[in-house]
Design a binder for this molecule. Structure first.
Ligand code: HMG
Length: 385
């Protein structure tokens, strides 16, 4: 049975910082951000957006009434949870109007969470081929003002509808995964921002890719030449490129050129958004599918998922006939074009705003489809415009 992605979309907040402005404000050469890190713009989330609204805004665009009747599970991959007990998926399930006899829960393992959700969705559909699973990857990637990780922040969500006989791509049964207990990036439960060992995180990412890729070759016999494109988790766009370059010498020149060209297409959206944590790999996939004119039905794409801590996975997806008709290219590009650029002092003010705590109340007004309307008694109330 073919199982995979039937619908796919993303949502990012409508505010961003230009990386040249950020570089000037931080007394840094703008080339460090544009070339060294590979980022041009960074999405900034207002206080009225959290993982629930980001996720609901991403999913609302793709779900039909029929989908909402046929979805049995809503799984949110996130590391930006605001509640240790109640899952954001429960609120997203209600906001989207999904039929009540569904499972809704969150999955956590840094940026890897949404891949775990996707594979769980695939297993469920194998047993229930007439049903659907909604996978959401939603995060606020925040390191703090003036921190080392600041230029690699971002925010946004991906929505993925997993079905049998999917209309975008099938997920092959070739996953290779790896777990290693490493402290490269982690966020203790008391902390607003993650603790990160930048150089170790870069090194662990590349080594993890090497390990899963080599094992994948051993297990499947596939080589780089078998792939039309590779997509990577993109914490910043230079990172995936470093991982790709670490293996390119094992293939012929034509394959090297093809994979590098497809890589550039896969990072176009991320360059203008930043890190989405769990969603970054899938934003790269959407960017590739939206932009590349070189892919077709049958094209194979290798996906490398990495979550600090660290869990990684390499697996293959295959595009199906007619996949282009399922893509919302213009809508995606409009979403990115219609954002408002923030001056650095505005960004810093928005960044430091926080929702009330300890039972205090506040109300908000935002024109976005789904947003936080008020907080009362430590409950977030959402509104739909
Ligand atoms: P840094 O110390 O600001 O930067 O840290 P750097 O000094 O390492 O320079 C970065 C690059 O810019 C270097 O290039 C410099 O040469 C270059 P490279 O050697 O890497 O090719 N550079 C310049 N280029 C052109 N013109 C210039 C110039 N100056 C310097 N003038 C770091 C950078 C990414 C480590 C930092 O921003 C950070 O800690 N970010 C957060 C951690 C991170 O993103 N790690 C990535 C791997 S871990 C991961 O992907 C998981 C994650 O998504 C979390 C999760 O799983 O949940 C983060």
């Amino acid at each position: 049975m073919n199982i995979g992605i039937d619908k796919l979309s993303f949502y990012v907040p409508n505010l961003y910082v230009d990386m040249t402005d950020l570089a000037h404000a931080r007394d840094t050469d703008p080339n460090k951000f544009h070339i060294g890190i590979g980022q041009d713009k960074m999405a900034v989330s207002p206080v009225t957006q959290d993982i629930v609204t980001l996720g609901a805004n991403a999913a609302a665009k793709i779900l039909s009434d029929k989908d909402k009747e046929e979805i049995d599970m809503v799984i949110v991959g996130t590391e930006s949870s605001y509640d240790f007990s109640k899952a954001s998926a429960v609120a997203i399930h209600r906001l989207l109007g999904i039929q009540p006899f569904a499972r809704s829960f969150e999955i956590k393992e840094a940026c890897y969470g949404a891949t775990a959700a996707l594979q769980m969705a695939k297993n469920y559909i194998a047993e229930h081929p007439t049903r659907k699973v909604l996978v959401i990857a939603a995060d606020l990637a925040r390191y703090g003002l003036n921190s080392g990780g600041e230029p690699t922040q971002g925010a946004g969500a991906i929505a993925i509808l997993v079905t049998s006989d999917p209309r975008i791509l099938t997920i092959e049964n070739d996953s290779v995964f790896l777990t290693e207990d490493i402290y490269d990036f982690w966020r203790p439960s008391y902390a607003d921002f993650p603790l990160v060992d930048g150089p170790l995180s870069n090194e662990t990412y590349i080594q993890s890719f090497g390990k899963v890729w080599n094992r994948h070759k051993e297990v499947t016999g596939q080589t780089l030449a078998d792939y039309d494109a590779l997509c990577f988790h993109i914490p910043y766009t230079k990172m995936g490129k470093k991982a790709l370059l670490s293996v390119l010498s094992e293939t012929d020149e034509a394959t090297q050129e093809r994979l590098m060209n497809r890589y550039e297409e896969s990072i176009t959206y991320s360059r203008n958004v930043g890190n989405l944590y769990t969603g970054s790999l899938f934003l790269g996939l959407i960017s590739l599918l939206d932009i590349s004119k070189e892919l077709d039905a049958g094209s194979t794409i290798g996906l490398f998922s990495y979550g600090s801590g660290a869990v990684s996975e390499f697996f293959t997806v295959r595009l199906v006939e007619g996949y282009k008709e399922q893509l919302a290219v213009q809508e995606h590009q409009k979403l990115l074009e219609n954002r408002r650029k923030l001056a650095i002092d505005e960004y810093e003010e928005i960044f430091t705003q926080a929702l009330p705590k300890h039972g205090e109340a506040a109300t908000f007004d935002d024109e976005i489809l789904f947003s936080i309307e008020k907080v009362e008694n430590d409950i977030r109330f959402y509104k739909e415009n």
